[in-house]
Design a protein around this ligand. Structure first.
Ligand SMILES: Nc1nc2c(c(=O)[nH]1)N[C@H]1C(S)=C(S)[C@@H](COP(=O)(O)O)O[C@H]1N2
Ligand SMILES: [Mo]
Length: 328
């Protein structure tokens, strides 16, 4: 069966498969595609557009309509069509719910209502937001962003949410705040993790930015995608989106945001510091220790069941005009 045209090199020998690499376990993924059925055949691209033939079970995970968010025209065109949602929302990384890409159904165990997001640390006005606050306290907008995983797959996603700097304005970081730590939901009774072979992982999943990065125009909190509230597999009810960085920087299902003075420890950087840098900007010239970053493979294509389209990787994932100044 030829669902994949896999270029040599990205089917890693099992001995070299590390946590982030585990999602290339292709068999498991192929099973998920077959399970999802014929709906994958006639995919149509487009923000806020869902396919009538979307798999029913997958469709039941896709969240509630989220209206009133207008498309920000500065982030409407990335030179590529949005990835059809049936691909983006069934091909995820969320290690709390399994080590494969096929976690969309197991992620439904994530309890999102009630939700508490605590913003604390070096701020003048600490705050706690509940589920309704996330969609009501800040002005929501839609932004179509490129997305690039460190493992070289890429997509284009119409997120709905608000700029991180709007939250910063609400909590007022003090001058002592230099970094921000984002912590994901974790409950060992709910999150089976990626499997028995990987124990003692540094849960909860944490990520971090500098305060300057967080204040950048691009840095975004998503509470929705494709016109609806975030599905659990994408990190409901709120996740980070920092499109000039590799995907692992975008912590999902955030419960805590801490403004701190020193660079915080983060999940992947703790596990494998030479492979997953704290900064983790998309840089085609800087190879991952185990593979090149010069090219990327686009997830989903309308003409076939599933194909990878290869494209050159772009510095800062195409967002240099916004962020290059941060790294002088
Ligand atoms: N809490 C949590 N956040 C996470 C991850 C995770 O395993 N747990 N995976 C990261 C990685 S490696 C990627 S590529 C993106 C994938 O986001 P998506 O599944 O919504 O496309 O989520 C990131 N955020
Ligand atoms: Mo990733």
């Amino acid at each position: 069966m030829v669902l994949f045209n896999s270029p040599p090199g990205w089917q890693l020998p099992a001995s070299r498969v590390t946590p982030e690499g585990m999602f290339w376990r292709r068999r498991q993924f192929m099973k998920s595609l077959i399970g999802a059925g014929a709906g994958f055949a006639a995919a149509s691209a487009g923000a806020c557009q869902r396919n009538a033939t979307l798999d029913v079970e997958l469709e039941s995970t896709l969240g509630q309509p989220l209206t009133g968010a207008s498309l920000n025209s500065a982030f409407a065109d990335v030179g590529r069509a949005p990835t059809p949602q049936q691909y983006a929302s069934s091909y995820n990384n969320f290690y709390e719910f399994g080590g494969s890409k096929n976690i969309w159904s197991s992620a439904q165990a994530l309890p999102t209502d009630p939700w508490r997001l605590e913003v604390t640390g070096l701020v003048k006005k600490p705050a706690t937001y509940d589920l309704d606050d996330l969609t009501q306290r800040f002005t929501l907008e839609e932004r179509i962003y490129r997305f690039r995983c460190v493992e070289a797959w890429a997509m284009v996603v119409p997120w709905i949410g608000f700029p991180m700097k709007a939250l910063m304005a609400a909590v007022e970081p003090t001058p002592a705040a230099k970094f921000v730590r984002f912590s994901s939901y974790y409950d060992p009774r709910v999150c089976p993790g990626p499997g028995l072979s990987l124990r003692n992982l540094p849960w909860p999943y944490t990520e971090g930015l500098t305060v300057a990065e967080m204040a950048n125009d691009l840095a975004f909190f998503a509470v929705g995608v494709y016109g609806r509230t975030l599905p659990k597999q994408h990190g409901a009810p709120i996740r980070m989106v920092v499109p000039w960085k590799y995907g692992f920087k975008g912590a999902k299902s955030i419960v805590k945001i801490d403004f701190v003075a020193e660079q915080p420890a983060t999940y992947w950087n703790t596990l494998a510091p030479n492979e997953y840098k704290f900064e983790a900007n998309v840089e085609p010239e800087v190879p991952h220790p185990r593979w090149s970053q010069a090219k990327e493979r686009l997830v989903g294509k309308s003409t076939s069941l599933f194909t990878w389209e290869e494209q050159p990787t772009v510095i800062y994932n195409g967002y240099g005009e916004y962020v290059a100044g941060l790294y002088g």
